[in-house]
Design a protein around this ligand. Structure first.
Ligand code: C2O
Ligand code: CU
Length: 467
């Protein structure tokens, strides 16, 4: 299924483009210095002006939720207030966080019941582009809008506030009325295939918004893919964009890609450097399936010329893997449509095709669907883990490791090509093998799962322990 381009185009032709001010919601703090994050049902328009509003679930009344912007090293205090009708929790994606604050319902905390609150308090050790999202029944809660950006600035950022813009991308599934399709949530068909793919792409909750930039000035654009399952594809060369960093980790210097497309998997982020030239502006396009689909429009003001702009990046100091003494871990991914569930265990029993209908479990990680009592592996604190993942399924996946950043150290059968030093989520194509390495230096129980949220719900979910 593809984004419905015809419909998108029809809609944007007639749309009155709200001259969008960059993402800058302010967020109130309580007397005891907590950001207050209220999860609640919210009506929000996703489609054209004359379409009805969708019934979303949001943080503080809008999807995406408010941007939390703090300095590197800061202590973040956030109070989740659950005004939903189901339990929820918040995960701070990509933050090397204290385990008890990781927000994984069922592993690091109990889900927060309706009417209850939970106080999160943690330090942000690294600058970068992160995000927060619901981590209980995420396939449902994230699809309905429970997510927002979390930006950690360097002590002396290379870009000031006016030159540092957040773009949260989401592909919503809209029905024929142009409202969020909730009937299809939980469809086994999607759980067993590529996950829930939408047909309507928004940026900061808006359709084809317009931002204005000044010619000759350097901007950091922080792209966050909040889609349940869609891998977004862009080509930064079309607008002269360079890459500043991936998944919140700045590179040593801006990088010009010599390939396209640049893939942004679910939960992944990419920071781009853009220095617009004098002129009428440009659009950013999603280019999967060989078609171009504009999702944001930039107008250019002024007649400045970039003269010797020098961008000084300050990469975070992440622990370097010690490959000589690494513990070798293998992860074998199986199951799903086309390959079947034979040999996958769930709650101590081998899955049959009938069980699939009954339990919704159909993917395996080393032959086990979903969280087992035993971890996938146990690491001594400080030990380097070298993990080789083999994707023996017919689908691509976006594998996320909680609490740590890792390096990609090898790939074979490469269909998906990402070259970057540090990530918290890696893409892996069908029948592809990918090696990563990281120092397991954060004690606790950590989730490792596919961030295509339907896949995680249907079994691609495991955990490891650092002692
Ligand atoms: Cu962004 Cu376990 O999640
Ligand atoms: Cu997956």
């Amino acid at each position: 299924m593809k984004l419905n381009r015809r419909r998108f185009l029809t809609a944007t032709l007639g749309a009155t483009c709200a001259g969008l001010v960059p993402y800058r919601y302010s967020i109130a703090r309580t007397n005891d210095d907590f950001f207050e994050i209220i999860a609640a049902p919210t009506d929000q328009k996703l489609y054209e002006e004359d379409a009805p509003a969708s019934s979303l679930w949001t943080y503080n009344g809008a999807a995406p939720g408010p941007e939390i912007r703090v300095k590197k090293g800061a202590r973040v205090r956030a109070r989740l207030i659950n005004n939903l009708e189901e339990p929820t929790s918040i995960h701070w994606h990509g933050i090397r966080i204290e385990n008890a604050m990781d927000g994984v319902a069922g592993l690091t905390q109990d889900a927060v019941e309706p009417g209850q609150t939970f106080d999160y308090e943690f330090t942000v050790p690294d600058a970068g582009t992160y995000w927060y999202h619901a981590h209980n029944r995420s396939w449902n809660q994230v699809a309905r809008g429970l997510y927002g950006p979390l930006i950690v600035e360097d002590e002396a950022p290379a870009f000031d506030k006016d030159h540092d813009l957040t773009l949260v991308l989401d592909d919503w599934r809209l029905n024929d009325e142009g409202v969020l399709d909730t009937d299809s949530l939980g469809s086994l068909m999607e759980w067993s295939h590529a996950g829930r793919l939408g047909n309507w792409l928004t940026v900061n909750g808006l359709s084809l918004p317009e931002m204005s930039l000044r010619a000759g000035e350097a901007y950091r654009l922080r792209l966050i893919n909040a889609s349940n399952a869609r891998i977004l594809e862009i080509d930064p060369a079309r607008f002269g964009g360079l890459v500043l960093g991936y998944d919140g980790q700045d590179l040593a210097e801006p990088q010009k890609l010599d390939y396209a497309p640049l893939l942004i998997g679910p939960a992944q982020r990419v920071d781009l450097l853009v220095i617009p030239e004098v002129g009428s502006g440009f659009e950013m396009e999603e280019i999967s399936g060989g078609q171009s689909h504009s999702f944001v429009r930039f107008r250019i003001a002024g007649d400045g010329i970039a003269a010797g702009v020098e961008i000084k990046l300050q990469p975070n100091n992440l622990p370097q893997p010690d490959m000589e003494n690494a513990k070798i871990v293998t992860l074998d991914m199986t199951g799903g449509a086309m390959r079947g569930v034979a040999g996958i265990m769930y709650q101590g029993q081998e899955l049959t095709r009938d069980d699939v209908m009954r339990t919704g479990q159909l993917w395996g990680m080393n032959g086990v669907a979903n969280l087992a009592d035993e971890p996938l592996f146990v690491a001594r604190r400080g030990e380097t883990i070298s993990m080789e993942t083999m994707n023996n399924t017919a689908f691509a996946h976006a594998m996320h490791i909680h609490g740590h950043h890792f390096m990609i150290t090898g790939r074979s059968g490469s269909e998906i090509d990402e070259e970057q030093p540090w990530r918290d989520t890696f893409l892996i194509g069908p029948d592809q093998k990918t090696k990563i390495a990281f120092v397991a230096d954060n004690p606790g129980k950590w989730l490792l799962h596919c961030h295509m949220l339907e896949h995680a719900a249907a079994g691609m979910n495991t955990w490891f322990e650092v002692t």
